[in-house]
Design a protein around this ligand. Sequence first.
Ligand code: HAM
Length: 422
Amino acid sequence: MAKPSFSTPLGMVDILPDETPTWRALEQIIHEEAAKFNFQEIRTPILEPTELIKRGVGQLTDIVTKEIFAFKKGDTHYVLRPELTAPVVRSFVQHHLDQRGGVQKLYYIGPMFRAERPQKGRQRQFHQFGLEVVGSADPVADIETIAFMMRIYERIGIENFTLKLNSVGDPESRERYKNVLKEFLEPHRAQLSELSQQRLDKNPMRILDSKEPEDQEFITKAPIIQDYLNEESSLHFEQVKNGLNTLGISYILDPYLVRGMDYYTRTAFELSSPDLGSQDALAGGGRYDLLVEEIGGKPTPAVGFAAGMERLLIACEELNISLTDPTKLDVYVVSLGNAARQWALGCLPTLRAHGLSASMDYSGRSMKAQMKEANRELARFTLIVGEQELQDEQFVLRDMEQSTEIKKDLSALLRIIYQSFK
Ligand code: HAM
């Protein structure tokens, strides 16, 4: 009978032991920088009610129409979360986080799910880090959000990117712009893609986000929203740009940037990198002043961004940036014979209690095989014990870096080991 054979679902990958140190290093950087910006971490379930994502992200977005993993259990419809802005807002409303006072500055790290066609930099389970500032309409919140995002890449040493910036206006400006856009596109309705034809009636601004070739000609000739922003939105946009100028963050204005979700108002931005190939968006975000109310809360302005962690790591690889030093083992205890193995086993807790990493052979292998393993694990020291050593109570300490050996009693050797890690 053929052996069963299983592998990860399409577009999903295992993060293997050689890779987890890099992920942990990246997570560490995010936690450290978030603390410096005084953001607090939030963790929400992997599953959310389908209705939340439909309402939050938008019925006609690609995410909702094509990409959600959905299922029903009992009478409830669930989705695997495709993003975290709507869930964070759900949590904010559900737990009355506004009652904690002040602006809620939240950040997150975690897996998201989108049933897209997998390719390099595009997975069906991928990871994002991001933040959401809930409760501030001030341009400072937009500027700090962008500054945090840029800080992560700067710290890692990824500098080759473009920050695209736009304002998609407030409801009043959008209404005016939508009408103008619709008037402009209506005569070309028949030439637009099928999806854009649907969007023309329901949400014409989404058409600007279309990747369909037949739509491009009309998108590039379309009127731009900047000409229809009211005074408040114009001023907000000016203040965001001024703030970025003050911080020395360069950007290019892209009047057709609308992003993939319906919740954006005013500021929208995207960071892209030429090191990524076709999936070039490293991160994106913007303001979403209506979403809290849409999800059942009081009117509350908010802004945030999210970044793809796999894409950040691809950029690191392209640029030969390593986030980790090779993991080194402090002490490998080499033992020969049953009694020596028992002794080695008892030695490990002592070493670990001193904050050192310590390991031994788990398979009863030869001394040569154990030394080979110690080398592979980049052990700094090997502590070697056989029957003779046990009898004499004199053990061998091999300094693997210097290739030197000494023989002494255990407490003398432990002193040498501890001293060298001080
Ligand atoms: P988004 O642009 O859909 O925004 O996703 C943010 C980032 O996640 C993208 O720039 C990309 O790096 C990464 N990403 C998205 N899809 C995939 C995929 N299939 N495979 C690998 N990486 C992917 C959001 O999710 C919004 N929630 C951002 C936001 C937060 N807006 C306001 N607050």
